[in-house]
Ligand binder design. Sequence first.
Ligand code: TYM
Length: 334
Amino acid sequence: TPRVFSGIQPSGNLHLGNYLGALKRFVDWQAKDMETIYCMVDLHAITVWQDPKDLQKSTRELCAGFIAAGLDPEKSILINQSQVPEHAQLAWIFNCVARMGWMQRMTQWKDKAGKNQQNASLGLFAYPALMAADILVYHATHVPVGEDQKQHLELTRDIAIKFNHDYGVDFFPETQPVIEGAATRVMSLRDGSKKMSKSDASDASRINMTDDADTIAKKIRKAKTDPDGLPSEAKGLEERPEARNLVNIYAALMEHSVDQVLADVGGKQFSEFKPMLAELAVEKLAPISTEMSRLMDDHTEIDRILTRGSQRARAITAPILRQTYDIVGMVPPV
Ligand code: TYM
């Protein structure tokens, strides 16, 4: 049976890239009446330093963001990774399946570790094995993510194939990366060659889900563009990364295709298009941030949702981990 799993790191603010590339898609999958499991990956977050108080707050805030964006804790299973111990337990097995060379090729590892790899945490290196475990401990088949996670999902497949091959079983399924929509790679508002990210030093480069209407409008007004107007076909956005980015964002927020959008706005100047985009962004994002801060007023409800989610999750993960241990040859308790 098809099963959907995905996760987001509770490190810093949720931004528009996370929302359009991932969270909004999570809500779409929930609407398809499939089994959906969504995770705040706190164990992944600590692969780089996190202040404990901030991590706690970010995890609850991320959960508030999930719910505010439309995830229903009755329909979807919402968990934080550390409350479902089978993720970390399966990750250890996968650490012993994955090869050093595979990890060394990961572009996220190279980017995040930078020049001083000797000083990066061992967890940062092993990051993709834990990610594979997140997915495969549910035998999940569909994983909605943004473009930047594609390589990690290919590695997840490699781990599943090698495990099945080494132990002569057909146990872990091949998972399908689901990278779709107009905004699978939202770019920085200041530089069309960099993706929008929480680690960018410039806050003006991204729209945070918690930004107020004025801030959103200002960031869009100041967004980098070229001097030309909008083309009437997607072809006209080639070689124009900043222009393309703003159109993609508009299309994703509108839930229209880029061609549909350009049929409407082709010929306009950015001085006219930017206020339209700002208005649309505020209209779509303001209700989410209002609901997020309401949910954050009292986090006991959020904590209960995560506790309940973990219980439901463990009903799936515990048997799969036990079967994995049996395959590997771990003596079971009697
Ligand atoms: P993270 O926390 O960096 O990002 C969460 C999700 O947001 C997407 N995303 C973007 N999409 C479009 N444009 C952008 N600029 C942009 N920035 C981020 C990411 O692709 C992602 O889907 N390793 C993962 C978390 C993870 C996970 C998993 C995901 C851990 N285990 C298992 C799926 C399945 C990460 O760091 O995402």
